[in-house]
Design a protein around this ligand. Structure first.
Ligand SMILES: Cc1cc2nc3c(=O)[nH]c(=O)nc-3n(C[C@H](O)[C@H](O)[C@H](O)COP(=O)(O)O)c2cc1C
Length: 323
């Protein structure tokens, strides 16, 4: 589809549309990342917690399409050799989230690879700016997956004021269609980074049964919780919670975290031995924008619809002005 919206983001990455794929652990594999790039966005591989074999596989799946890669910093830095390994794959962008990221950002900058840092508070934005990051992703609490408690609608303009007019800023959290894209541009973003919307795509890794849960669930069904990190035995820093679709397991433990931790071995065993498609127990990660997702579509369809709808809204907005 032809370009309809030009921003600092599209110019900087030389892409047609101001949309990047969230680097979702396990979900954003090579097929999805390549499909987003082919459709004119910025495809990102989910490097997740860091796993060399997974990285090899997903980079080879892209068949040399230009893609970036993103990691969960606190986990990546437990195996710092993966920074150089992933930079050797020549990603078009290197993204970090969740933790002090000065070291991997400096490594990418030394190789002239554009850097992206996802933040959840103003203090984190300042830290990322001090590290000289090229692109700030501002994540609101609406987001699927890990994050914090600030809503995007006030955090995004505050980060714009802090960062100044020349900084490239991308909005994340709650954006599933062109209304979200147009709104984010109005609030000061140069682009958007949907996660949940691309998880509900044909090219995303993951079972059809899990994707069907995404179409069925509503934003009201989601909550931010520690339950599934404890159940999966992943030691996330305590201030990050994960937004997920609530189920029987989270209903049982969300308000009983102390008790869950007292009986942690039994409950971890119960979780890890459950069937993958037993969604009464197994987590389905998704954000508040599930309200606005009604079908599993190709990445190209998602991007084209989002851009068309946003461009049409921006054209119509002029009608609000009193001549
Ligand atoms: C299934 C899923 C997995 C995610 N995994 C990661 C991850 O591994 N690393 C990361 O930086 N963010 C991850 N995120 C968060 C995204 O980067 C992004 O902030 C979020 O998806 C944006 O909100 P949205 O889901 O409402 O679009 C994940 C999100 C989802 C939905």
């Amino acid at each position: 589809m032809k370009q309809r919206i030009k921003t600092r983001f599209t110019e900087f990455f030389n892409v047609s549309h101001p949309i990047m794929l969230a680097p979702m652990d396990q979900i954003s594999g090579g097929n999805l990342a390549a499909a987003v790039s082919r459709a004119g966005g910025l495809g990102m591989i989910g490097g997740g917690y860091g796993n060399r074999e997974w990285l090899k596989t997903v980079f080879s799946e892209t068949h040399d399409e230009s893609v970036g890669v993103g990691f969960i910093t606190w986990s990546l830095m437990r195996q710092p050799e993966l920074v150089d390994f992933s930079l050797d794959q020549k990603p078009v962008a290197f993204m970090v989230s969740f933790g002090d990221s000065e070291i991997p950002v400096a490594a990418a900058k030394a190789r002239n690879i554009p850097t992206i840092w996802q933040i959840q508070t103003l203090d984190m934005a300042k830290q990322a700016l001090d590290a000289g990051v090229d692109v700030l992703v501002v994540q609101g609490q609406e987001a699927g997956g890990h994050g914090m408690s600030r809503g995007l609608i006030s955090l995004l303009p505050a980060v714009r004021d802090l960062a100044g007019k020349d900084q490239i800023i991308v909005a994340a959290g709650g954006i599933a269609d062109g209304r979200g894209l147009a709104g984010a541009l109005s609030l000061g973003a140069d682009g958007v980074m949907p996660g949940t919307r691309f998880w509900a795509s044909k090219e995303a890794n993951g079972s059809d049964a899990a994707k069907a849960q995404l179409v069925k669930a509503r934003g009201d069904d989601t909550l931010r919780s520690k339950v599934f990190d404890i159940a999966r035995g992943v030691d996330w820093p305590w201030h990050f919670t994960g937004r997920v679709v609530a189920n029987q397991f989270s209903n049982q433990w969300h308000n009983n975290i102390d008790e869950l931790q007292r009986d942690v071995e039994t409950e971890q065993q119960r979780y890890l031995t459950s069937q993958m498609d037993d969604f009464n127990i197994r987590v389905v990660i998704g954000g508040e924008c599930l309200d606005n997702i009604h079908s599993i579509d190709s990445a190209e369809t998602i991007i084209n619809n989002m851009v068309d709808e946003a461009a049409n809204i921006l054209e119509r907005m002029v009608n609000y002005l009193v001549p």
